[in-house]
Ligand binder design. Structure first.
Ligand code: GLN
Length: 251
């Protein structure tokens, strides 16, 4: 009886050791706004897309597990700055203003701000938004670069009004329902929204070209360095290009 107990105890200890070993990998929390296809969107109960895949590859290289939190775009920077999340990947554009609150990793992709209109819209190029006497209602996602640019270029210039939505989907729905004249949003989500909503198109001319990067808290320079080192390796071995090519076909 004693022997059986001893064996059972040894077994239990061994199993605990195994479990501890399997769990010893630390988990990093990435925050995003999963309303931004193909960079991040919800499929079933999963957040999938370019950013989750790059994040998973970077975390694997750094030796961490990855957990993804889906939240409003507007709360991402403050959340990572306060340490609530370890990093943000959200098709997020590098801007000097954001750099005052967080650090950006090296860039992993290029973004373009585009304009979505109805197929029969009188807006035929980006310049129409800035024409003398223009008076358009422009939809954007709150706190995105689309919001920042149009607030200055259109609203403050007296060329129309800006309506701010919590995510891209709601902005596009307002356009579909005729409540606004156009949506300024990143080009890849713009294409995805147009494909999913008949009667819309993306203007050929682009509003701005930008760099996407991950955001990390200013005091977490250790993670920033590790992240950039892993990213550099994944760029060099073609992993990043392959992930992007999986979601975005070259034109
Ligand atoms: N690239 C834009 C920005 O950083 C939009 C990102 C997003 O909506 N997820 O503001």
């Amino acid at each position: 009886m004693k022997k059986i107990l001893a064996v059972a105890l040894t077994l239990a200890l061994t199993l605990t050791a195994f479990a501890a070993c399997a769990e010893s990998k630390e988990t990093l929390t990435m925050a995003t706004n999963a309303s931004f296809p193909p960079y991040e969107y919800v499929e079933g109960d999963q957040v999938v897309g370019i950013d989750p895949e790059i994040a998973a590859a970077v975390c694997e290289k750094m030796g961490y597990d990855l957990e993804i939190v889906d939240t409003e775009f507007d709360s991402l920077i403050s959340g990572v700055a306060s340490g609530k999340y370890d990093f943000v990947m959200a098709g997020m554009t590098v801007t000097e203003e954001r750099q005052q609150m967080i650090n950006f990793s090296d860039s992993y992709a290029t973004g373009i701000q585009s304009v979505i209109v109805k197929e029969d819209s009188d807006i035929t190029s980006v310049d129409d938004l800035f024409a003398e006497g223009a008076n358009h209602t422009v939809g954007v996602q709150l706190s995105t670069t689309g919001d920042i640019y149009t607030t200055g270029d259109i609203e403050e210039a007296g060329l129309g009004t800006v309506q701010r939505f919590p995510n891209g989907n709601e902005a596009v729905m307002a356009l579909v329902n005729g409540k606004i004249d156009c949506v300024v949003i990143d080009n890849e989500p713009a294409k995805a929204y147009v494909a999913a909503n008949p009667g819309l198109k993306v203007l050929d001319s682009s509003y701005a070209v930008e760099d996407y990067a991950a955001a990390i808290a200013k005091d977490n320079t250790e993670l920033l360095e590790k992240f950039n080192a892993a990213l550099a390796e994944l760029k060099a071995d073609g992993t990043i290009d392959a992930i992007i090519a999986k979601y975005i076909s070259a034109e």
